[in-house]
Design a protein around this ligand. Structure first.
Ligand SMILES: O=C(O)c1ccc[n+]([C@@H]2O[C@H](COP(=O)([O-])O)[C@@H](O)[C@H]2O)c1
Ligand SMILES: Cc1cc2nc[nH]c2cc1C
Length: 337
């Protein structure tokens, strides 16, 4: 099969050529919103969400019928530095749990009518420990981006990209610190629940990683140096969704670090994305602020797996059901203001 891209520069070119939203569908959706049987603005942010969605779908009265959740799993060499509360084998064990329907994301995907795909990326070959050198080669990064790119169905009308990877909050913290500066402890949190000594060790690891790799290239190069395969696959999936004008709900800290690599490479790369939730991971709110995204939900989740984004499918479905299903003042014979 011919691949969508063969090199990282090909991928960068695809990001640069990404399509914009359909301004005419957006304008028509705004006009429709103004005629619906409610006081102006009474549906609050649901109104903006429906108009945003209509623009990306190129349809002023859209449906949300086929949401897709994709989960990517990867193993991280940096776990050798003792950065997680859980052992690395949990990544593979949780992949089996996803496949058997036993994880939180299985229940949430079912609850919100989303399909669920699980992609394990070379779990037997963890990425290199990025305190020692780049996490991935250019070929490894390209393969991981392609896995994400190819995982997105052309027939879906909403994407959630989630992840599973013991050690990946260290990777995400290092990416955020390298992209946005500050101090290592501004970006380092407890992940699966390291204690105070574990947090101090993890902060040291993030600082060392950024001392080695910081300032060495664009968002894609930082993704290669500090990312993981599942982080890269989420970036590839988010980019493919953009190419297909499929809206995306971003999940927690790791998903947003993947997205940040795209935004740092191409300024408007996340215009088709909304933030599903604010994770309890300490630096997620700061990362969302850097992305210019206001989270839809804040429920204290810190699970990953796309779980917070999957919950937000319900909010988006509600927004679109109102926008496309409500009567106008004229249709209902209700007096306008
Ligand atoms: O999504 C989040 O914000 C989030 C916050 C903390 C932990 N996680 C999940 O926990 C794992 C990473 O935690 P850790 O401590 O091993 O780096 C990984 O599988 C993530 O899905 C996810
Ligand atoms: C059990 C477990 C489930 C997860 N799901 C996403 N990250 C996870 C981390 C752990 C440890």
């Amino acid at each position: 099969m011919t691949q969508a891209f063969q090199t990282l520069d090909d991928f960068r070119a695809l990001l640069a050529q990404a399509p914009a939203a359909d301004q005419s569908a957006r304008k028509d959706a705004e006009a429709r919103n103004g005629q619906l049987t409610k006081p102006p603005g009474a549906l609050g942010r649901l109104e903006d969400l429906a108009i945003w969605y209509a623009g990306w779908r190129g349809n002023p009265r859209p449906q949300l019928a086929a949401p897709q959740v994709v989960i990517f799993a990867g193993n991280h060499g940096v776990t050798a530095q003792g950065v997680s509360a859980f052992p690395a084998e949990v990544t593979e064990q949780m992949v089996l749990n996803f496949q058997h329907g036993g994880a939180a994301i299985n229940q949430l995907s079912n609850a919100f009518g989303a399909s669920l795909g699980v992609h394990a990326l070379s779990l037997d070959t963890p990425t290199a420990d990025f305190t020692q050198g780049p996490a991935m080669t250019e070929v490894e990064l390209t393969e991981a981006l392609l896995t994400g790119w190819n995982a997105v169905s052309e027939h879906t009308d909403l994407l959630v990209a989630g992840e599973m990877g013991i050690g990946n909050t260290t990777s995400a913290a290092a990416i955020a610190h390298a992209l946005y500066g500050g101090a290592a402890d501004d970006w380092t949190g407890r992940g699966t629940g390291v204690d105070d000594a574990g947090l101090a060790n993890k902060t040291r690891v993030v600082a060392e990683a950024v001392a080695l790799h910081g300032g060495k290239g664009d968002g894609i190069e930082l993704l290669r140096r500090l990312g993981g395969r599942e982080v890269a696959a989420m970036a590839g999936a988010i980019a493919r969704a953009r190419a297909l004008r499929i809206p995306v709900i971003l999940d927690g800290f790791i998903c947003c670090a993947a997205a940040a690599c795209l935004q740092a490479t191409e300024a408007g790369a996340l215009d088709h994305c909304v933030a599903g939730h604010a994770s309890a991971e300490a630096a997620h709110q700061a990362l969302l602020a850097k992305l210019g995204k206001d989270p839809l939900l804040s429920l204290g989740l810190r699970l990953g797996e796309g779980s917070g984004a999957a919950l937000a499918i319900g909010v988006l479905k509600g927004a679109i059901a109102c926008h496309s299903g409500m009567a106008t003042f004229a249709e209902a014979g209700v007096s306008d203001a």
